[in-house]
Ligand binder design. Structure first.
Ligand code: GCO
Ligand code: MG
Length: 404
């Protein structure tokens, strides 16, 4: 069998998604997600200009060899653009292999280790009453665990929580210039334990509560927050520091038993080396889409398992249903599964990418269709072309840029 076509499509059914479709001479097709939020077109070019020409004529069954060819062969290894492009190829090849085998992908990964995949949803509020309502809404939707994010008194716009930028412009899904948000770490550190206290008081001790610090703290600030949250038993504290400084996590660990989750911006196993071997974290957060595909993510999970570290695949709305399906197949198959982030997609996105995976009672299942179990309606996709979009930027009160 040979690859005869590699087509990259960028569509915006509510937000941008980059999709690779590989076609073989036997008519079998495979899909991969290459969406890099805010930098989508860089990956489109990487795929169109530098990867697609190399794939034509290759045997789609040689997944490992193709991965090594693209990763080692480029000389310029790693980085989000490269690894999102390689991820799309790897995922599409697994889709093809599983379709040819007539099996859902999870069967090729060792079969099901569990009946279904536990998720967590997002609750956001500009203030505590709004946050409590949002938690109630997630519980009503069936989510068994909830990530809580709240506005901070004194700050005008906090990521994911507010409806307007500090300059008054409305928050839209697609934003042609980055929104400006503001930040004050001391105010955040004072407020966040009170947020947990209020949510625990309302919903009791059992509900798993997660929180994302979005890489904004220094190690000593992160240690203090982790320690202050301990009485409320968080399920995890996510991205507490910018983890390029892996050693910084030693300090956090020394001071607290709050579980830590890191890795959504990582793109290779090397980014995790110290964090895993020194057991400085409890959950690895990488997505198939940003980590080079199913092949290396499976390796990461197996490596993490040796240190009793679990999976928690990144699953915001900017992972397309193709990337989400790949995650759910892995989640069902691996032994050291922890939890899956799941925000769902807009109804239009669901129409562009009809899929076999299901969400019921707060749990996902990949379904039994051969391959990933995702289709791609290219005609509908074409009716919703790319729109320039950026993530917000974050400024301190003196006007300087802060960590995202
Ligand atoms: C998460 C993430 C998202 C990211 C987004 C960036 O935990 O889901 O932090 O909220 O900010 O995926 O593109
Ligand atoms: Mg996050």
């Amino acid at each position: 069998m040979k690859i005869i076509d590699a087509k990259v499509v960028v569509t915006s059914p509510g937000r941008n998604f980059v999709t690779l479709r590989l076609t073989t001479d036997e008519g079998v097709t495979g899909l991969g997600d290459a969406t890099l939020n805010g930098r989508e077109l860089a990956v489109v070019s990487y795929l169109d200009d530098h990867v697609a020409p190399l794939l034509l004529g290759r045997d789609p069954h040689r997944i490992e060899d193709t991965w090594q060819y693209l990763y080692r062969g480029a000389y310029w290894r790693r980085g989000p653009v490269t690894m999102a492009a390689i991820a799309a190829v790897d995922t599409a090849l697994w889709d093809i292999k599983a379709k040819v085998a007539g099996l859902p992908l999870y069967q090729l990964l060792g079969g099901a280790s569990r009946e279904r995949v536990r998720t967590y949803g997002h609750a956001n509020g500009r203030d505590l009453p709004e946050l409590l309502d949002s938690v109630r809404a997630r519980l009503a939707e069936g989510y068994p665990a909830v990530r809580i994010q709240s506005g901070v008194p004194g700050l005008k716009a906090v990521y994911g929580v507010h409806g307007t930028s500090v300059d008054g412009s409305p928050v839209l899904h697609q934003q042609a210039r980055p929104l400006v948000e503001d930040w004050d770490t001391d105010a955040y550190l004072r407020h966040t334990p009170a947020v947990f206290e209020a949510v625990r008081a309302e919903f009791g001790p059992e509900l798993p509560l997660l929180h994302d610090a979005h890489h904004r703290l220094t190690p000593v600030q992160a240690a203090r927050l982790a320690k202050d949250l301990e009485p409320y038993r968080p399920f995890w504290l996510e991205d507490c520091t910018p983890a390029e400084n892996q050693e910084g996590l030693r300090l956090v660990r020394r001071h607290s038993t709050t579980p830590l989750a890191i890795g959504e911006v990582f793109n290779t196993l090397h980014d995790y080396q110290t964090l895993i071997t020194e057991q400085l974290i409890d959950y690895v957060r990488s997505a198939v889409t940003h980590f080079g595909g199913v092949t290396p993510l499976r390796r990461l999970f197996d490596f993490a398992a040796q240190y009793q570290i679990k999976s928690a695949v990144h699953g915001p709305e900017d992972i397309s249903p193709v990337g989400m399906a790949a995650a759910v197949h892995l989640d069902l198959a691996i032994h050291n599964f922890g939890i899956q982030e799941y925000s769902g997609h807009t109804p239009l996105t669901e129409e562009v990418f009809p899929h076999a995976y299901t969400f019921a009672d707060g749990h996902l299942h990949p379904g039994e269709e051969p391959g990933l179990g995702v289709e791609f309606d290219e005609e509908l996709a074409a009716a919703h072309p790319y729109e320039a979009a950026y993530l917000p930027v974050n400024r301190l009160q003196d006007g300087s840029i802060h960590d995202w």
